[in-house]
Design a protein around this ligand. Structure first.
Ligand code: FE
Length: 210
């Protein structure tokens, strides 16, 4: 079996949100798709280790915020590499309640869903959600998983449901963010002191040479 064939599947980048007893929670989801049109139903795959997973189970609702190519990549760092259990992800990410669910203002569209069914796998639950409300937030090009990796040089959380091709070998020195795994290639020492990780927003002190 040649598992690299899996790299040929395409994905978007979404923030999947829900409520934890009135507090907004959320995580990055890349495996989401429309299943039926009438009634409009979508599926999203969420790792059982994610705190958001438990909250979707308890609350029975979730929303997907569709990110655009020019959405702040820090949204992915915050929602993909930290846990809602210990960290208020929404402190630095403005949101608005739409369709009764928290939706990130930095996205370009949203779908607000009621869980109508689910399918269990060893590591992930696929939630089926009937869309109760959805709308555009602004114009833009939806961010794809390929864009995130190839253009923004983003990394994948250990909880992601998909396999990702390894980056090609680089000859230049590489510095890695200990929080989100973002890799900076080039003259790290010449970066200004207030430079921050473009994905998760931490300072240079959280980087180390690979
Ligand atoms: Fe980072």
């Amino acid at each position: 079996m040649n598992e690299t064939a899996l790299f040929k599947l395409s994905y978007g980048v979404y923030i999947c949100t829900s409520w934890d007893e009135g507090k907004p929670v959320g995580c990055v989801a890349n495996s989401a798709m429309q299943i039926t049109s009438s009634p409009a139903t979508v599926a999203v795959s969420i790792n059982k280790n994610n705190y958001t997973h438990k909250c979707i189970e308890d609350c029975g609702h979730f929303a997907l915020t569709v990110l655009a190519e020019d959405s702040d990549p820090k949204l992915i760092g915050t929602f993909g590499f930290r846990t809602s259990k210990e960290y208020d992800k929404f402190a630095s990410a403005p949101y608005t309640v739409r369709g009764k669910l928290p939706v990130l203002d930095g996205g370009m569209a949203y779908l607000s869903c009621k869980v109508v069914s689910k399918m269990e796998t060893a590591t992930h639950t696929v939630f089926l959600g009937e869309v109760e409300d959805c709308d555009h937030l602004r114009a833009g090009k939806p961010m794809t998983y390929a864009y995130y990796h190839d253009v923004l040089k983003g990394k994948t959380s250990a909880n992601a449901p998909t396999t990702v091709a390894a980056a090609p070998e680089k000859k230049q020195k590489v510095y890695v963010c200990e929080i989100c795994g973002y890799e900076f290639t080039g003259d790290f020492d010449s970066l200004p002191g207030d430079w921050v990780c473009p994905i998760c927003g931490v300072g240079k002190e959280h980087f180390s040479a690979k």
